[in-house]
Design a binder for this molecule. Structure first.
Ligand code: HEM
Length: 162
């Protein structure tokens, strides 16, 4: 059902979802992991990460679903599926890619094996495991910010080079 008011509500939920989700990723990347990496006690470091990231993981799951559903509704309302065929809408591709990565990690990889992999590696070599974790978060945060930048300018007609 296409309804302008639902489109606006979807847009509002999309942005609130993005703020809570990517804001949380930014906090974990720029505050939490650097602070944990400076902790000398490796067991405490792991336990604290588990407690805090575990709580955020729940928030991330909910906001991922909200952002994805509202984004899909907006594409449906705008009848904008053809954007996937147009390179100048690279930010729609990037938003969708980021959403897919987080969805696969949060709903499939983490419960299946990532959680155990992280636990086992953190026990074997805590420094290296947290360094890898930090790098992965930095890459995802950078991609997310690029897609926000691309979307906010692109929606208002900013012409990219292609
Ligand atoms: C399945 C995933 C997603 C889909 C299908 C999707 C789709 C959309 C659509 C259709 C719009 C409105 C464009 C317009 O009005 O012309 C939009 C806006 C936006 N999206 Fe997404 N999105 C998704 C995920 C994301 C993610 C992961 C982020 C952040 C990293 C994001 C950030 C934004 C922002 C900031 C806007 C607002 C731009 C503005 O109005 O200034 N989206 N999205």
């Amino acid at each position: 059902m296409k309804d302008f008011n639902i489109f606006i509500v979807a847009r509002v939920f999309h942005i609130i979802g993005v703020v809570l989700w990517i804001g949380g990723v930014a906090f974990v990347t720029t505050v939490l992991i650097p602070a944990l990496r400076r902790m000398p006690d490796q067991d405490k470091r792991y336990d604290l990460f588990e407690t805090l990231e575990g709580r955020f993981s729940f928030q991330a799951k909910i906001t991922t679903v909200i952002t994805g559903l509202s984004g899909l509704y907006m594409l449906y309302y705008l009848d904008a599926w053809s954007r996937y065929l147009n390179l100048s809408f690279w930010w729609v591709h990037l938003m969708t890619l980021i959403w897919l990565i987080f969805t696969v990690v949060l709903f499939i990889l983490e419960p299946l094996f990532l959680h155990k992999w992280f636990h086992d590696h953190a026990e074997m070599d805590s420094e290296r495991t947290f360094r890898v974790l930090h790098t992965m978060h930095k890459v995802l945060l950078a991609l997310s910010l690029i897609s926000v930048l691309g979307a906010v300018a692109g929606v208002r007609g900013f012409q990219y080079f292609f």
